[in-house]
Design a protein around this ligand. Structure first.
Ligand code: PRP
Ligand code: HPA
Length: 185
C-alpha cells in the first residue's frame, strides 16, 4: 500500500507539542554543561544508539568542547510498532572498552529496557564506567527497575506516544524539531 503522506502531515498538525524547539535547545545547552563538568577529563567513548539517538547526538556532540571519541550501536525494541518487545541487537560495539569511560546517547528513556541492556553489555565488555544521556524521560512507573533515570536528562514529559527529535511515529517524523505527542495516544 502506498504511504499516505497527507495522513502523516495530519499527525504533526494535530499533535500536542510537549517541548518546543526552543525548549529543546535550552535542554541541550544545559545537558552539554552537565556532561562537560562530569566527563571533560575522562577521554570518553560516546555511543549513539541508532536510530533514535541520531538527531540528539548530532545536536549534543557539537556542544561538547573536550576530547572524545564517537561510535554507534544499534539495538531496537519497537521497530515501527507503538509497543516494545524483546531487544533486537542489530549492531554491537566493536571497540575495545576495557578501562574506558563510556557515554551512551539515546533519544528516550521510556520503559528503560533498551538502555538497561546496553549498559549491562558495555560493562560486561570491561568499560570502567558507563553513563547515559537521554533527551527525553517519559514519566510513568513501568521502568525496567523502580526509579530508573539516565545520568543526564533533557526534559521530562507525559506518558504519551511521542515523536520528533529522533523519536518516530511508524518510522516517520524523527525530523520534527520539537517533542510532540500523537493526538489521542
Ligand atoms: O526505554 P525503552 O522502552 O526501552 O524504549 C526506548 C528505546 O526505544 C526507541 O528505539 P526503537 O526500539 O524504537 O528503535 P529505533 O531507535 O530504531 O526507532 C528509542 O530510540 C530507545 O532506544
Ligand atoms: O513514545 C515513543 N515514541 C517513539 N519511540 C519510542 N520508543 C519508546 N517510546 C517511544
Amino acid at each position: 500500500m502506498p504511504t499516505d503522506l497527507n495522513a502523516l502531515r495530519l499527525i504533526l498538525a494535530e499533535a500536542d507539542c510537549l517541548a518546543s524547539p526552543q525548549t529543546v535547545e535550552q535542554a541541550l545547552d544545559r545537558m552539554a554543561d552537565e556532561i562537560t563538568t562530569r566527563l571533560a577529563d575522562s577521554n570518553p567513548l560516546v555511543y549513539t544508539v541508532m536510530n533514535g539517538g541520531l538527531i540528539f547526538a548530532g545536536r549534543l556532540l557539537t556542544r561538547l568542547p573536550f576530547p572524545l571519541e564517537t561510535s554507534y550501536l544499534h539495538a531496537s525494541r519497537y521497530g515501527h510498532a507503538l509497543q516494545g518487545t524483546l531487544l533486537d541487537w542489530r549492531v554491537r560495539p566493536t571497540q575495545d572498552l576495557r578501562g574506558r569511560s563510556v557515554l551512551v546517547l539515546d533519544d528516550i528513556l521510556d520503559e528503560g529496557h533498551t538502555l538497561a541492556a546496553i549498559v549491562d553489555y558495555l560493562k560486561n565488555e570491561g568499560a570502567r564506567e558507563v553513563l547515559t544521556a537521554v533527551l527525553v524521560h517519559k514519566n510513568h512507573t513501568r521502568k525496567a527497575y523502580p526509579g530508573m533515570r539516565a545520568d543526564f536528562t533533557g526534559v521530562d514529559v507525559a506518558d504519551r506516544f511521542l515523536f520528533g527529535c529522533g523519536m518516530d511515529y511508524k518510522g516517520y517524523w524523527r525530523n520534527a524539531p520539537g517533542i510532540y505527542a500523537v493526538k489521542g495516544l
